[in-house]
Design a protein around this ligand. Sequence first.
Ligand SMILES: [Cu+2]
Length: 64
Amino acid sequence: MTLTLKVPNMACSACVNAIKFAIQSVDSTAIVEADTKTKIIDIQTQKPEDKIKQVLADAGYPIF
Ligand SMILES: [Cu+2]
């Protein structure tokens, strides 16, 4: 499953690393592609969207 989410707080490569780390903490096989210009991340994961959104919110990157 691929999720496409917009993460308004994602500003730089450190944010991308934090987001990847947060997602991979719940799904170590997840593949995360992020674009800091568009604030869009594409995530290939087996976890439900709600779970991914929750870990991102917990990491300081809420999805609106
Ligand atoms: Cu940043």
